[in-house]
Design a protein around this ligand. Structure first.
Ligand SMILES: [Fe+2]
Length: 258
C-alpha cells in the first residue's frame, strides 16, 4: 500500500495551489447554477434519497448562490470531518484514492456554459458539488468512500484491480439507487446531476438488481449513455459493510486474471 502522509497528499504538485476563486464567477455562471439547481431540485423532490435532500440543506446549498467551498467545508467539519479538495479536472487514480482515503473529496470549480447545459465531456462543479457533496454529511456513506479507497491504494499498481474497483465506485457513488420506505430513490451523483437519467433510472426501462458485490465486480459500464442496469442498496450501511467482501472477491478475480 502506498502510505502517504496527509500533508504529502494535499501538497502533491499535481494539485498545484488550487482554490475556488469565488469572486471570479460571472453573472452567467450564477444564472447557469440557478437554472440547473431549480430544474434538478424539482425533479429530485420525490426521486432523490432523503439523506441527499437533507444534505443539501445541511451544507447550505441554494439556487441563489453558487456552492461556496469554504462554507461547505465549515459545515462538513462539524458532521463527518470531510473537506473539499479543489482539482483541475479528472485526476490520476493514485491521487484520487489518496484524497478519499484522507477524507478529501476532489471537486472542480468551473461551471458549464449556458449553451451546454446537458452534455459535458468532463464533470463540472454542478456535478462535483451539487451531486456529490450533500452525501458527505452521512457517516456511513463517507466510511465507505474511505474504506474503498484503502483497498484501491493497496492495489494501485495493478490496472485490472483498479478497473474492477471502479465498477464498484461507478455503480454506487455515481449511479447507485437506494430503497427508502419501500420506494426506489437515487443517491448516485452521476444520476443526481442529470435531468434525463433521474427519470430514466427509476422507470421500468432499465434493469434493477439488488447491490451484490460479485455481480457488480463483473459488470462493465459505459460513460457516454444512460446505464442499462442499476444496483439497489437497502441502506447506506450496506456499502461499508460490503467492503470485506469486495476485498475477498477482488482477490479471487485477480488470481483468475493472472
Ligand atoms: Fe462524480
Amino acid at each position: 500500500m502506498i502510505e502517504r502522509k496527509p500533508e504529502d497528499v494535499f501538497l502533491d504538485p499535481r494539485l498545484k495551489k488550487l482554490d475556488q476563486e469565488y469572486d471570479s464567477y460571472t453573472p452567467e455562471d450564477f444564472q447557469v447554477w440557478r437554472i440547473l439547481y431549480e430544474r434538478q431540485y424539482k425533479i429530485l423532490s420525490g426521486a432523490a434519497s432523503e439523506k441527499f435532500m437533507k444534505g443539501l440543506e445541511t451544507i447550505g446549498f441554494s439556487a441563489d448562490s453558487i456552492a461556496n467551498f469554504e462554507e461547505v467545508n465549515k459545515s462538513l467539519a462539524g458532521v463527518t470531518g470531510w473537506a473539499i479538495q479543489v482539482v483541475p479536472g479528472l485526476i490520476d487514480d493514485d491521487l484520487f484514492f489518496s484524497l478519499l482515503y484522507h477524507k478529501r473529496f476532489p471537486a472542480s470549480t468551473w461551471l458549464r456554459k449556458k449553451e451546454n447545459l446537458d452534455y459535458l465531456e468532463e464533470p463540472d462543479m454542478f456535478h462535483d458539488a451539487f451531486a456529490h457533496l450533500p452525501l458527505l454529511t452521512d457517516p456511513d456513506y463517507t466510511r465507505f468512500l474511505k474504506d474503498l479507497a484503502a483497498i484501491a491504494l493497496k492495489h494501485i499498481d495493478n490496472p485490472l484491480a483498479i478497473d474492477l474497483l471502479s465498477r464498484i465506485y461507478w455503480y454506487t457513488v455515481e449511479f447507485g439507487l437506494i430503497r427508502e420506505k419501500g420506494q426506489l430513490r437515487v443517491y448516485g451523483a452521476g444520476i443526481l446531476s442529470s435531468a434525463g437519467e433521474t427519470k430514466f433510472c427509476l422507470s421500468d426501462e432499465p434493469q434493477h438488481f439488488p447491490y451484490e458485490v460479485e455481480m457488480v465486480l463483473n459488470t462493465p459500464y459505459w460513460k457516454n449513455k444512460f446505464q442499462d442496469r442499476y444496483f439497489i442498496i437497502e441502506d447506506y450501511a450496506a456499502l461499508y459493510t460490503s467492503v470485506p467482501l469486495i476485498e475477498e472477491k477482488l482477490a479471487g478475480l485477480l488470481e483468475k486474471g493472472d
